[in-house]
Design a protein around this ligand. Sequence first.
Ligand code: CTP
Length: 426
Amino acid sequence: MLAGKKIVLGITGSIAAYKAACLCRALIKKGAEVQVVITPAGKEFITPVTLSALTQKPVVSAFFTANDGTWHSHVDIGLWADLMLIAPATAATIGKMANGIADNMLITTYLSMKAPVFIAPAMDLDMYAHPSTQQNLEKLKSYGNQIIEPATGFLASALEGKGRMEEPDTIVKVLETFFEKKVQLTQKKVLITAGPTYEKIDPVRYISNYSSGKMGFALAEECAARGAEVILITGPVRLETIHPNIKRINVESAEEMHQAALAHFPETDTGILCAAVADYKPVHYSENKLKRKSGESLTLELTPNPDIAKSLGEIKKENQVLVGFALETDNELPNAKEKLQKKNLDFIVLNSLRDAGAGFREDTNKITIIDAEGNAKAFPLKSKKEVAADVMDTITTVRYMSIEEGRRLFHESMKQLENCLKQNDE
Ligand code: CTP
């Protein structure tokens, strides 16, 4: 997957910079073209001569070459690259990236970068754990950058903990998986519902729930990162989308979400229904604010909202995949299986409020994915981003042939063909 890929390798001033030579070598062995951009501090740890010899390209460090004034364009590098990897990334560089402090060639290149950016931090355990480093990393994640978490182990400070830059082989695998997944859903269109719905009572009040939309938005980013065109129909949430391939449709009520989903589902390959749709809405909407009547109780009459998942299940075609979510508080598996059948889903993703860290508003989730045959696969507690990857891995492996599987079958058929040709020759 790395053959022919153009990779900008950013190197900063960390003792782990010596590993960058192995990283360069490994990327080049896989067929990638590597352009090193190094910070002045990085050059104290590894020489540009080593890196230019490995990459067969001049190493870029300054904005221009001192002897002849040749200008190095960070903009051109940003347009050239298929991916930027900063390994090792020090706390200082992470801080500058998060805050746009463009005082060296690496940061200007990062700010001009059009391609996805991966960051492999390397620092002492306390520096890594410091709230400012963590906040900067969170900021970088929110800009769509991917963090390759450091490993735990022996550090240059002689202390032991989390902060060691991940090993070059592991980093290479992360990049290979990224390029592999990037094409997995190309030419696929995915519809996702997310967030809560608001059911109006009067101009100032509504019925809703605690859904934050985080799971649906994580799924939208994951699908887009895998090459899909995403239609994200979302209730009111305080979230932004990052990937340009996500078309966002904002709705408020279940009825509006239903109409949008019905309009777009026929043109999609997959529907993922992650929204926490209000099951009921008030029968009467009061044009004027309801007034408190002292001592009197107030009864709201509610009527059922459309079941979006069920309506899409009814019009689903043979080649379409429909995935639902079930947030349960008790009798989890039987409830989820019943929903899967009743709504004609292909998969249902179950999460239980009994599991700490799962459910609304959390950044994490603990899921079990159940398929139409009733097979269930449980996953440990993970970030919603990782959960989104697990959901998409499961769907793509089962419903669309996985890339590995495709490759295996292709090699098998090539071998068979070779054998046939050999036999014919004999
Ligand atoms: N769903 C939907 N439209 C609704 C209600 C639910 O599309 N009006 C979808 C949800 O997005 C989810 C699945 O159906 O993918 C299950 O939602 P859930 O609220 O757990 O199921 P309900 O059928 O509403 O059952 P209950 O609330 O009684 O558990």
